[in-house]
Design a protein. Sequence first.
Length: 441
Amino acid sequence: MKKKILFITPYVPYPLNSGGNQAFFHMVDYIRSRMSVSILLYPRHSAEMDNVKALQAKWPDVTFHLYRPQPEKPVTNAPRVKHPLYLKWLLKAHASLGRKIRRQQQKIVQPEGTPSDWVRAKSTLPMSIFGGLEAGYVNYVAQVARSGFDIVQVEFFEMISLGYVLPENVETIFVHHEPRYVRNNNEMHLFHTVTDMDRLLYGVSRDYERAALCRYKHLITLTEVDRRLLADFIGRADHIHVSPAVVSLPEETARTFHPATTHRLTFVGSEDHYPNLDAVLWFCHEVVPLLRQKGFKFTFQVIGHWRSPYVQSLKKDCPELELTGYVDDLHGFQQGSVALVPIRIGAGMRMKIMDAISAGVPFVTTPKGVEGLDFRDGEECLTALDPAAFADAVIRLSDDTGLQERLSVQAWKRLNELYDFPQLLRTRMAIYDSLPKAGAQ
C-alpha cells in the first residue's frame, strides 16, 4: 500500500508563474503516482479558487483539502454585543493597525534630502515573531493532519508554527526554503543604524524559529549551505536532508544562445519578495550612477509584479528602468540580454539564475546570489560584491559577446551536472521512502 502524504503550503501552487510554483508542481507531479498525495490549501479569493480547480483537473488522483472560513457561531450565554459584525471588523482593524505600527516603529526618519533606509522600511524583522494564524485554519489543519497520514509536510516560514499541532504518530517534515534568521541578519547589516529594539527582535525571532523547527522530526533545505547553517543553528544534523528545488531544464536542442548586443539588462522577480525589491533599489541607487559616469547606455527591464510607490518614484530617478510586468515567454524575452541578479539578502535557491541559464542568458550576480549554487566567478558567471565592481562586470560582459557565450555554455554544462532533473526527483522520493509508515516506528 502506498504511503500517504499531506502537503501544507500557504500558497496555491498554480499557475506556474514562479520558481516556487514550478518546483512544487514538478515534485507533486512525479510522486503522485508513487504515493497517495493530499494537499491542504487556503484559497482566499475567487482567482485562487479558479487556480485550485485548474490543479484539480490536472491531478484527479490528488486529494485537495480546502479551508474555507465559516461564519462564527454565537456563543451560548455569552455577553451580547450590539453590533457583532462591527466588533469583528474593529478587532481585525486593531490587529492590522498593530502590525502597521510595529513596522512604522522600525523605520528611521531621515533628514530631508538624504536617502531613506529602504531596507529597514521593508524588513521582515518586525514580522518574524509569531503573528498569529486564524484559529479556524489551525483547527482545520490539526483535524486533517489526524486523518491517517504517514507523512505531513509543511512549507514556508509563514506556516512554521503548525508543527505544534501536528500529530505525534506521523513523520513530520518542514521544508525551509529560506532560513529566516539568516535573512534577518542580512537585513540588519544593511540598516543605516541598528537599535536595541532591532537586537531584541532579532534574538526573540531567532529563538522562536529554532523552537518551532525542533517541533518537526525532519527538515529539508534546498542547498548544502543551508543544511550546514541549520545543523549549527539547531545543534544536530541527523534529521536534516538536502533536496534542491525541482527545476525542469529544456532540451539542449531547444536552448540557443543569442548574443546581447544592445546593452539590454534584465531582472526577473516580483517586489512581493523583498530581496528582489532591495536588489532593484540597490542597483538603481548605487550601480546605475557609476554606469552613467562611464558613459554606458543601457535599458534595465524588470520582469514581474511591481507597483509600489518605491518603484514608481524610482522610475523618475532611473529613466533606464522599464517595468514589463509578466511576460508569457520568459526565456524568449530574456534572450539577447544580460541577466542581473544583484541579490544582497536571503538564502535558499535563486530560481532566477536557473531561468537565465536555461534560456542561454549570461548573468552578473553577487556572492550572495550564487550562495549554495556552486556557480563560479569567471567560469559560469561574473560575480561582484560592491557597486563599482558590479558596474565594471556589467560593462565587461555587455561588451564581450565571446565572454557571454563562454559563460552561457559553461553555466549550462554545470547546471546539468549539479541539478539533473530526474535525479532531483529521485532524491526527494528517497527521503520519503526512508521514513517509516505511521504506526511502524
